[in-house]
Design a protein around this ligand. Structure first.
Ligand code: NDP
Length: 271
């Protein structure tokens, strides 16, 4: 796959863990410079050190930034511009799921989920759109979820807002096409990232059921794959999600915009 990322710049929100970190590594391996952000400085420092080992610290910028905070996002954009002078790819990846059903989702929870799923895209896009247009081959990739098309009652607010995110992505793809900016989304099913390891430690599944104490993490992941009827029989790896994100975020997908790619091991049943 010819990604043509040499000397290009990719910004990955939520790049300090899981899919975002693996995506930042994939862009670096293909010759790009990379900026990552996240809220925890400690996680960012660890991630930046791991990424620096790929192609040198001079190609990595790590900035503490809450994507829901407009001033933080503008500061991230300014640091990217000062450090690298450009941005070619923006990966809107920061986020997490909210495990709740109709009965235990309050109005405030709904608002918080709407805020996270929409403004984690809107704020970075608003801040970076000028640099992306100046690139001449700008690309935005949204890390979204299979839930957008296949809702689950125990993730009611996340599913509904992920569906809205796809609608937003499609509108942006048309509005930004004349500026040469492509906009696509990767729909994740179940990927073995930080989220799921942390859930294993809490002992509670995302639907609220307990994880049997005698089950190892690997065995729990295998059960999850069975429960969710994933034909490939396992959870995805962050690196596998990163390959799809690199594809959409690079010139390998230069004639693709407004599209989605399922990264679900066959779990997606839509044709
Ligand atoms: P991780 O928890 O491993 O990584 C999430 C990253 O987002 C971290 O770097 C975290 O850093 C950052 N983040 C979260 N909130 C914010 C915020 N407000 N501002 C800035 N950074 C933030 O999760 P994954 O890699 O699994 O998830 C990546 C994306 O993929 C998420 O949007 C997730 O919802 C989505 N997804 C994942 C699935 C899966 O099975 N793994 C399934 C469907 C969708 P920090 O906490 O320090 O801010």
């Amino acid at each position: 796959m010819n990604t043509d990322m040499k000397d290009k710049v990719a910004v990955v929100t939520g790049g300090s863990s899981g899919i975002g970190l693996a995506s930042a590594a994939a862009f670096l391996r293909d010759g790009a410079k990379v900026a990552i952000c996240g809220r925890s400085q400690e996680r960012l420092d660890e991630a930046a050190a791991a990424l620096a080992s790929i192609s040198g610290a001079e190609n990595v910028l790590a900035v503490a930034c809450d994507v829901l905070n407009e001033a933080d996002v503008e500061q991230l954009r300014d640091r990217v511009e000062e450090t690298f002078g450009r941005c070619d790819t923006l990966v809107c990846n920061a986020g997490q799921a909210r495990a709740s059903n109709f009965y235990n989702t309050s109005d405030d929870d709904w608002r918080a989920e709407f805020e996270l799923k929409f403004f984690s895209v809107l704020r970075p896009v608003r801040a970076f759109k000028g640099l992306l247009a100046a690139s001449g081959a700008g690309a935005i990739v949204v890390t979204s979820a299979l839930l957008a098309r296949s809702p689950e009652p125990f993730l009611i607010a996340t599913g509904a807002t992920r569906a809205g995110q796809l609608n937003l992505m499609k509108s942006l793809s048309v509005e930004f096409a004349p500026k040469g900016i492509r906009v696509n989304a990767v729909l994740i099913g179940l990927v073995d990232s930080g989220q799921w390891s942390r859930r294993y430690v809490t002992g509670e599944n995302i639907d609220g059921s307990p994880i049997p104490a005698d089950l190892s993490q690997d065995d729990w992941f295998a059960e999850l794959a069975k429960e969710r009827k994933i034909p490939l029989g396992r959870l995805g790896k962050p690196e596998e999600a990163a390959s799809a994100i690199l594809f959409f975020g690079s010139s390998a997908a230069s004639f693709i915009t407004g599209e989605t790619l399922d990264l679900t091991g066959g779990q997606a049943r839509n044709v």
